[in-house]
Design a binder for this molecule. Structure first.
Ligand code: KG4
Ligand code: ZN
Length: 339
């Protein structure tokens, strides 16, 4: 007799996307619904937490219903409810956590709590078979770090001292007059930019696996201010070239340090995950350098790089197998630590 698949309804609401997905056996994405608030926050140049929570409240029910409908599932077909309970914006997280708790309680199904970064990390397993140990370059709007994943567990080898890579993209984009979110805008502008128009400094932080991007942000701001003080406003074409130079500085450091850490640790595979993993130049440069070093590089499709609930459902399956249920007093934790 064919064994029934374990179907997890996963919810993600840590920032400005309300998302729900149904994932079968931790690999098969039966549905993946994302209601983005980007147009709402764009006029403010970034996410406004209070507005984000209110929009999550409006979107969560229809998004969950849609995820069930797309997966051709009823509530009874679902085996467990999973939710990202941190880190993120507390008001946004609370909407997903409260909804998931209420649903699990009413349906008498287990509740599974997933760390948001564990979700990003799990996203790479959707389309790739990866054996441990591997090194993950986790790059999002709130976090940048190098995570070594071994049979015995995961540990961060290094992380950003200041801005996350995505935050650097967003802040530099804002300085260049590009809309929120800055990452995809810089990537698009950079395609039209000229190479070697200007060079920005890189913070290598030698002897560590850490990153720092606040110096780059200041360098771009200083460069723009110096030009503007002389009445030399950059043209649209020049903005594209400046965006290209800033993107190059970020991708250069991320890719070189990831490859160096993988070689030193003796791992053969690098997983590139998180919202910034959608960046075309980062994928290209890291692929080039990984190949030259004899390393395999894996990254999710762009839809699984930025925030989504499918990745939460994939990560939750490990916990299902371990029967690692969350308690009914589960709370949103904006600064949740990994592990
Ligand atoms: O993982 P994510 O969706 O949310 C967080 O967990 O933070 O990442 C969002 C970040 C934003 O900073 C956004 O600008 C960046 O990922 N991002 C990109 C690209 N797409 C999204 N950065 C560079 N290039 C992209 N194509
Ligand atoms: Zn994220």
């Amino acid at each position: 007799m064919k064994q029934e698949q374990v179907k997890i309804l996963a919810i993600e609401s840590s920032c400005d996307e309300t998302a729900a997905a149904v994932v079968a056996n931790g690999r098969e994405i039966r549905s993946n619904v994302i209601a983005t608030q980007i147009p709402v926050h764009r006029i403010y140049g970034g996410v406004v937490p209070e507005i984000a929570s209110r929009h999550h409240l409006e979107a969560i029910s229809p998004v969950v219903q849609q995820a069930l409908a797309d997966a051709n599932c009823s509530y009874e077909d679902i085996h467990a409810i999973a939710v990202a309970n941190g880190p993120g914006l507390v008001g946004s997280l609370l909407v997903g956590v409260s909804y998931a708790k209420a649903l699990a309680f009413a349906l008498r199904k287990p509740l599974i709590a997933v760390h948001h970064w564990q979700g990003h990390l799990a996203a790479v397993h959707i389309e790739h078979e990866i054996e441990k140990p591997f090194l993950a370059l986790v790059v999002s709007g709130s976090h940048s770090g190098l995570l070594l994943t071994e049979e015995s567990g995961s540990r961060f080898l290094g992380m950003s001292h200041d801005d996350a890579a995505g935050e650097a993209f967003d802040k530099i984009a804002r300085a260049l007059g590009l809309p929120y979110p800055g990452g995809p805008e810089i990537s698009r502008a950079a395609e039209r930019g000229l190479p070697d128009y200007v060079e920005f400094p890189r913070a290598w932080l030698p002897g560590t696996d850490d990153f720092s991007f606040s110096g780059l942000k200041s360098a771009v701001l200083n460069y723009l201010n110096q030009r503007r003080m002389k009445g030399d406003e950059p043209t649209e074409q020049e903005i594209c070239s400046i965006a290209r130079a800033a993107q190059e500085a970020i991708c250069d450091v991320l890719s070189a340090k990831a490859v160096a850490a993988a070689q030193r640790e003796g791992v053969k595979t690098i997983a590139l995950v998180g919202g910034v993993a959608a960046n075309r130049r980062l994928r290209e440069l890291l692929a080039e350098r990984a190949e030259a070093a004899g390393l395999r590089l894996c990254y999710p499709s762009p839809v699984y790089c930025t925030d989504n609930a499918a990745m939460i459902g994939v990560a939750a399956y490990e916990k299902w197998l371990a029967q690692d249920w969350a308690d009914w007093d589960l709370n949103a934790d904006p600064r949740l630590l990994i592990g």
